[in-house]
Design a protein around this ligand. Structure first.
Ligand code: NAD
Length: 356
């Protein structure tokens, strides 16, 4: 059956990089990929046209689709808008409406780009970590929250870190399933020595592991995990953790690779439906110049094929094509170094299509 992809370019470089990803999908269609694409508005562009960063038609389109390809949202133009209609609300609205609770953030270092990392090449070359972050619970959503005035007149800020067993179980299940398609190792990151909620997290992960004995499970406190990520990152295969710990650790892991324009991400719900997007933003400083790196978005398409459309072989093709263009020394400005050949956004997209 033909699968449907909602294509939401969004703002800034989102428009340019998604155009290149669409080229790649069109090329795969000529090789037998059975998908249809429909474009929708989101973010500031949607606000300008409809008065809402997440129009009803876009929400309807995404709910009817098997997967969503998103560029990025945001930009200087919309920064002074009321917070309720800012571009970022479009993105948060999609995550909440579709219950996208599992955020998958790979940190992969292509050997050709080992010099882009701030760490020594021998520590990071060949790096391939998948961070699975819980995305719709934990301290970012827990109640009560706020700032109150104490009896002595002093202000006190407070947030609540809460997880239900079912929330831990479903994110751990995702981590075990993903590990099974990789090196079969999961490291669950918590702060069980201090926080009862993450002590329970650890217990639930251990209980679920009873049914997943083919996966090697380890546990690590978050402070140690942060240290290990910069000391010896290649020890990890899949890391699974809470919303806030994952937010911080995934940015740290991403930067080990040194190239924001190369990293894709996925956010999945229980039905396997997912939203796929580069980890970077709309880069208003370079928008409209045809110089942005489209590879993170193209690699997001590969994740989409693997995790939502059950087309692993097509995903492999994209990843191999990206590897090939890097071997050909083609580089957009953000990953350019001496001796390489600098190309534009659209030239990079064309090169990937040719390499397919
Ligand atoms: P950013 O990721 O957009 O840009 C950071 C820096 O990286 C900039 O110098 C930019 O030019 C560069 N960069 C980013 N992507 C690149 C690419 N593909 N190729 C080459 N260079 C690239 O982050 P920011 O500047 O903090 O935010 C800009 C806007 O994006 C803000 O409005 C922010 O809210 C929004 N944002 C959106 C998302 C999202 O849509 N998921 C994520 C982060 C930020």
């Amino acid at each position: 059956m033909t699968k449907k992809i909602a294509v939401l370019p969004g703002d800034g470089i989102g428009q340019e990089i998604v155009a290149e990803a669409v080229k790649v999908i069109e090329a795969l269609k000529t090789h037998g990929l059975d998908v249809e694409m429909e474009q929708g508005l989101v973010g500031g562009t949607a606000y300008d046209e409809t008065g809402s960063p997440l129009p009803t038609e876009t929400l309807k389109l995404t709910k009817e689709s098997d997967a969503i390809l998103l560029g990025a949202v945001g930009g200087y133009k919309w920064e002074s808008l009321d917070i309720a209609v800012r571009p970022e609300k479009g993105l948060l609205g999609l995550r909440a409406e579709l219950d996208l609770f599992a955020n998958l953030r790979p940190a992969i270092l292509y050997p050709q780009l080992a010099n882009a990392s701030s760490l020594k090449p021998k520590i990071v070359s060949g790096l391939d970590i998948m961070i699975v972050r819980e995305l719709t619970g934990g301290i970012y959503f827990g109640e009560p929250r706020g700032v109150r005035i104490l009896e002595n007149g002093e202000r006190q800020g407070y947030n609540t870190l809460v997880y239900k067993e079912s929330e831990v179980k479903r994110i751990a299940e995702v981590a075990f399933d993903i590990a099974r398609k990789r090196d079969s190792r999961v490291c669950s990151v918590d702060k069980a020595n201090v926080l009862e909620v993450t002590e329970m997290w650890r217990d639930v992960v251990n209980e679920l592991h009873e049914d997943n004995k083919d996966i090697e499970l380890s546990h690590m406190y978050v402070d140690n995990a942060a240290m290990q990520l910069v000391r010896a990152p290649k020890q990890f295969d899949v890391m699974v953790t809470t919303n806030m710990f994952g937010d911080i650790l995934s940015d740290c892991a991403a930067m080990l690779t040194g190239s924001i324009g190369m990293l894709p991400s996925a956010s999945l719900n229980a039905k396997g439906q997912g939203m796929y997007e580069p980890i970077h933003g709309s880069a208003p400083d370079i928008a409209g110049q045809n110089i942005a790196n489209p590879l993170a978005t193209i690699l997001s398409v590969a994740m989409m094929l693997r995790y939502s459309l059950d087309e692993s072989a097509m995903a492999d093709r994209i990843e191999k094509a990206v590897d090939k263009v890097l071997d050909q020394k083609l580089r957009t400005a953000d990953i350019y170094s001496d001796g390489m050949k600098q190309v534009s956004t659209s030239e990079m997209g064309d090169a990937v299509v040719a390499a397919l």
